[in-house]
Design a protein around this ligand. Structure first.
Ligand code: URA
Length: 205
């Protein structure tokens, strides 16, 4: 982060945090993105879901997981009988990153410096909400929450107890499921995603 960037307010006030995030200049992603896509959901949510970064649809609408990946996530929750409205949903990086290919804005993964610059916002959200369970979608989210040594494919779908006593687990990113070739591979990826998320049933009572 640039030295001049003020630290985000980590005082448990989610509205203040959101307001400050909308003016964030801690990395350069704000320049080309439409807006900061902050987390949304009840401030007393027991479950926080962390994704990677807003995509094209999220950038335009200003809400997390409302594009194709979000639709797949919603379908998984519906299959499990879980209600997304009870979750606080956010991302590890809060601005869309892309390159232009003709008229199309093509998603680019956030670099480590973007993840680092944005980390204080996620920390602030978790500190304000203090959830019982954190669900990480994809490796970037999992490393932001569980540490950079986390290995997604070795540890997905199993509980991790954090230092502060909260629990969490990681699963694959729904966009990764959508990138699998249609057929048996996509079906297996989808089943694995839903099976991992079924851990939430133990916690969502
Ligand atoms: N992918 C993510 O990781 N987050 C979103 O909000 C949308 C797509």
């Amino acid at each position: 982060a640039p030295a001049a960037a003020p630290p985000p307010p980590v005082d448990g006030d989610l509205d203040r945090l959101r307001g400050a995030a909308h003016a964030c200049r801690r990395c350069e992603l704000w320049r080309d993105a439409t807006q900061t896509v902050f987390g949304e959901g009840p401030r007393d949510a027991r479950i926080v879901v962390v994704g990677e970064q807003p995509g094209d649809t999220e950038d335009l609408r200003g809400r997390p997981f409302v594009g194709p990946a979000g639709e797949l996530f919603d379908r998984a929750l519906a299959e499990l009988g879980l209600d997304r409205a009870r979750f606080y949903v956010t991302n590890a990086v809060k601005h869309f990153r892309f390159e232009m290919r003709g008229k199309v804005r093509l998603h680019r993964n956030p670099e480590v410096m973007h993840q680092r610059a944005c980390h204080a916002w996620l920390e602030g959200e978790l500190a304000a909400i203090r959830p019982e369970v954190v669900v990480c979608l994809g490796a970037i989210a999992a490393r932001a929450v569980f540490g950079t040594r986390f290995r997604l494919m070795a540890s997905r779908g199993t509980w991790h107890v954090q230092d502060d006593g909260s629990r969490g687990f990681a699963t694959v990113h729904p966009a990764w499921v959508l990138r699998q070739p249609v057929g048996a591979l996509r079906e297996a990826a989808w089943r694995g995603f839903v099976d991992d998320l079924a851990l939430l049933r133990e916690r969502d009572r």
